[in-house]
Design a protein. Sequence first.
Length: 326
Amino acid sequence: MENNKRPDDMARIQTQEQAERFIAEQVEAVKAQVGSKKVLLALSGGVDSSVVAALLIKAIGKNLVCVHVNHGLLRKGEPEQVVAVFRDQMNANLVYVDAVDRFLDKLAGVAEPERKRKIIGAEFIRVFEEEARKQDGIEFLAQGTIYPDILESGPVKAHHNVGGLPDDLQFELVEPLKFLYKDEVRVVGKALGLPDSMVYRQPFPGPGLGVRCLGAITRERLECVRESDAILREEFAKNGLEGKVWQYFTVVPDFKSVGVKGGLRTFEYPVIIRAVNTKDAMTATVEDIPFALLQHITDRITKEVAGVNRVLYDLTPKPCGTIEWE
């Protein structure tokens, strides 16, 4: 673990100048480690993997092979953004894998949250392994390990699923961010030119919307989650809450209630809004959203999201509620 200890004299990266110096140092370190060999990276579109991708593109260009697996559980527009930023703008060597049907078929009828997590994690490893075996000359695996991962989980970022790859692949790890805290990663991401929507992306669970589509996932309810979440994020951004609230999202439970639309009786799903603030995720307080804004969001969701006839606001702090519902 000694080589996974942050150097005592390492200054905090808080300015663009410090970030640019860090980037220059890591570019040289990656070139020295990798040489002319190829590096594989699972690019989720999250902060850590996106910053690693941008940094390695700067260091080794097309010798970085990015694999983006769309498992159907990402937020609205996220797979398209990964392609637009990395393939179109940064000219990355990006492999896009549409595995939506594969994941959703595996998850059909599975209601228990931990089983859902295990299926999503295991299937991700299988898809990534298949793509890895299609590539020639890969000797290195890049990971978005950051310093809290080392402190909390050990040296390999196994909770990002890549740590479960078979031993016979024998990749050497490339972890240029492993001594950085999350706020430092964001500063580096800004210096690398990544869009704010990636750099300041909210914390997002590994199973994605799979734990916000409560119970057994159906495509209908998954779309209710995705579309209502997009409306919530759009309205928070318009009303100055985007940087003020730590995390906000919608949840759709596996039950329906009676309602009325256009003078006709409906039997449709409710959408639950969750918006919390926290410093360490161990405790959390509920954001006091202006009632007029909640009414406006409710109006949009019930009119624009098919299959929804109610909107609820979760007023429960942590404890006794957790931040996520599953």
